[in-house]
Design a binder for this molecule. Structure first.
Ligand SMILES: C[S@@+](CC[C@H](N)C(=O)[O-])C[C@H]1O[C@@H](n2cnc3c(N)ncnc32)[C@H](O)[C@@H]1O
Length: 233
């Protein structure tokens, strides 16, 4: 099976680039169709993936895809969050934790919960790679307020099917804390890189807000427009 999903391919590429050693283990939270785990095993990027799901239907769909498309299904485990098997399999070191395809508020909550779980079990991780559908501003602020030891090591923006997505790598070892509104909104690394896609994404947002009467909007959107005017001329 050839995976064409740009978000998942970019995440797989980041895992491959940041490998600290040859044998890396990954947890994919909200694995659904299991495409990321299949890519990681088929391309020899990871040597083990633990897929975590909250619902049985997507997990069974994932298991069926793994049986059909994975070159070595024995290298992937599938568990339901909170089950006995979940607590057994999570009780070890992992290189990377991935979470994608959920909202920024949910991903923020999950990152904090999983870091606490690692701490409680006295186990280690190298990095989190997250890609949220929305509320990246909220995510960066929540992370800085609740887990300042986890810094933003890399950020990238991708465009797929007319939507923009931000992918963030979080690390304890190096990176930047988003400690103010500007870096929380735009991303500390994005602000340094200022790619064409960065301007395209924020220009779209600026034009969207400008095309409506500000009277219709709440203070939150007025504040957002003020931030956009500071950076996107
Ligand atoms: C939209 S899918 C994203 C699938 C894939 N990660 C991607 O990016 O294409 C979100 C999945 O996350 C699962 N999910 C939601 N909350 C979760 C949680 N707390 N733990 C594990 N899985 C969760 C949902 O059941 C759903 O299958």
């Amino acid at each position: 099976m050839i995976i064409t999903n740009k978000r998942l391919l970019t995440i797989a590429q980041y895992i491959s680039q940041n490998k600290k050693n040859q044998n890396i283990d990954v947890i994919d939270i909200g694995s659904d169709h299991a495409f990321l785990s299949i890519q990681l095993i088929n391309q020899n990027i990871a040597n083990y993936v633990l897929n975590v799901e909250i619902a049985t239907e997507p997990m069974e769909n994932g298991i069926s895809n793994i049986k059909q498309y994975c070159t070595n299904p024995s290298l992937i485990d599938n568990v339901i969050y909170g089950s006995e098997k979940f607590y057994q399999l999570i009780n070890r070191d992992f290189d990377t934790v991935t979470i994608s395809g959920l909202g920024g508020n949910k991903i923020a909550e999950l990152v904090v919960n999983y870091v606490q779980l690692f701490k409680k079990n006295k186990h280690n991780f190298n990095q989190f790679i997250v890609c949220m559908n929305n509320k990246v501003f909220y995510f960066r602020k929540y992370l800085f307020d609740n887990l300042p030891e986890l810094k933003i090591k890399e950020e990238t923006i991708i465009e797929e099917n007319g939507y923009f997505y931000e992918i963030l790598i979080l690390s304890k070892e190096n990176g930047i804390g988003a400690n103010n509104e500007l870096t929380q909104y735009f991303g500390p690394i994005n602000l340094k890189k200022r790619t064409n896609l960065f301007y395209k994404m924020h220009n779209n947002r600026k034009q969207y807000i400008e095309s409506h009467s500000l009277d219709q909007f709440n203070q939150k959107l007025k504040k957002e427009l003020k931030l956009l005017y500071e950076v996107i001329k």
